[in-house]
Design a protein around this ligand. Structure first.
Ligand code: PLP
Length: 389
């Protein structure tokens, strides 16, 4: 047999899925595993959304939809963005995708390639780097540091732009750190971009509804970059719909047709009942979102307090999303070994910071998408582990 396309070997993966699978095996052996690993809300999808999906199936929504998604759904997305950010994207620029992830992959396919450099956060969502490597482009990391609350530093990011930079990926609130970039820094970043008109920006706003001590922020609010801005968002986190697989991209005029063409080649359209469920989510009551956000804020405070109570561990208070990024460097152990020991011996799933880039060494990501009781028990086990090191 001829070898695989060599690009295949450049694809990375998401360690969170590997840890999830191992946690499942350990649980199947009869152990009580506490999962603070994978990043998905522990809540169920609100009932009115589930009902809308079921109704769509009963009503015969069994066929293809337009490749960009149902017009009503794209209208609802535009209306939602108008309500929340005062901007109304043209629905021609909105592409409904099977999760938010495809927007990353499509962006890398469109703006990657061997001649280009793409700036990515480190630590950051690992799929950025993987998709960029697959495309043949060079991923250039910019660091997110604890001293800065894991917010990005606009001057630092701008200083890394070269003639070859085609795309900058930013993510706020961020996975894996829970950091959120303040508006003043975003303003500075956008002002600085005026000097680099060749650069497109992908703003991953998948956690924009989960901010705790600050106002939600979207790069859509900056019309001066609207002709070179891609926005990723979706329903997975906001409405506890990770398994439904639905998200969206907002593409500038220059990219929408090409993004659609990749979508048609790859997935045709998102399954129809899921699109009706998403429509019910976006156009229905939003108290489910504020309730979840309040729960994540309470848990963020709880987990931060419990982690800081462990000798050798410190943790800054997350400002959004549902992750705590604990500094465990004083324990003197490589974090992947720490992740494995915690899972194998203490049955707590958490993710080594290095799964998100080299800057993640010395950190452990704990998801607070689990009950307060589970968080307490997990932190007690972690404390035990540290005491026994
Ligand atoms: N972007 C970030 C930063 C994420 O953390 C995730 C999921 O973990 C995604 C995108 C992808 O979300 P989806 O499940 O909608 O594909």
């Amino acid at each position: 047999m001829r070898p695989l396309n060599s690009a295949t070997h450049r694809l990375g993966t998401e360690n969170a899925f590997t840890v999830l699978a191992r946690a499942g095996q350990i649980a199947a052996e009869g152990h009580d595993v506490i999962n603070l690993g994978i990043g998905q809300p522990d809540f169920r999808t609100p009932p009115h959304i589930v009902e809308a999906g079921i109704k769509a199936l009963h009503d015969g929504a069994h066929g293809y939809t337009p490749s960009l998604g149902l017009p009503d759904l794209r209208e609802a997305v535009a209306a939602d963005l108008h309500n929340r950010y005062g901007v109304t994207p043209d629905i021609r620029h909105i592409q409904i995708t099977p999760g938010g992830k495809p927007v990353i992959f499509i962006s890398a396919m469109l703006l990657g390639g061997p001649e280009n450099e793409i700036l990515v956060p480190d630590p950051g969502f690992p799929i950025y780097q993987s998709a960029i490597n697959y495309s043949g482009a060079t991923a250039v990391s910019y660091g997110l540091v604890e001293q800065n609350g894991f917010a990005f530093d606009a001057d630092d990011v701008l200083s890394r732009i070269t003639d070859k930079t085609s795309l900058i990926i930013i993510n706020s609130p961020a996975n894996p750190t829970g950091g959120a970039t303040p508006k003043s820094e975003m303003d500075k970043f956008v002002r600085g971009l005026a000097d680099f008109p060749h650069v497109t920006i992908l703003s991953d706003e998948i956690y924009d509804r989960f901010v705790f001590d600050t106002q939600p922020l979207s790069l859509l609010s900056y019309p001066e970059i609207s002709d070179r801005l891609i926005v990723l968002n979706g329903w997975s986190k906001t409405y506890a719909m990770t398994g439904w697989r639905i998200g969206y991209g907002i593409w500038p005029e220059r990219l929408i047709d090409a993004a659609d063409r990749i979508g048609v080649n790859y997935h045709s359209c998102v399954n129809a009942p899921t699109q009706f469920a998403a429509l019910a989510a976006t156009s229905g009551p939003q108290d489910c979102v504020s309730d979840m956000c309040a729960a994540f804020a309470r848990r963020a405070a709880l987990i931060t307090e419990l982690l800081n109570d462990i000798d050798g561990i410190s943790c800054v208070m997350p400002r959004g999303a549902f992750y705590a990024f604990a500094n465990v460097s004083a324990l003197g152990m490589k974090v992947d070994a720490l992740q494995n020991k915690l899972l194998e011996d203490y049955h707590v799933a958490a993710i080594a910071g290095t799964s998100f880039g080299a800057f993640g060494e010395g950190y452990l990501r704990l998801s607070s998408a689990n009950s307060e009781d589970a968080i307490r028990q997990a932190c007690a086990r972690l404390k035990d582990m540290v005491a026994n090191l």
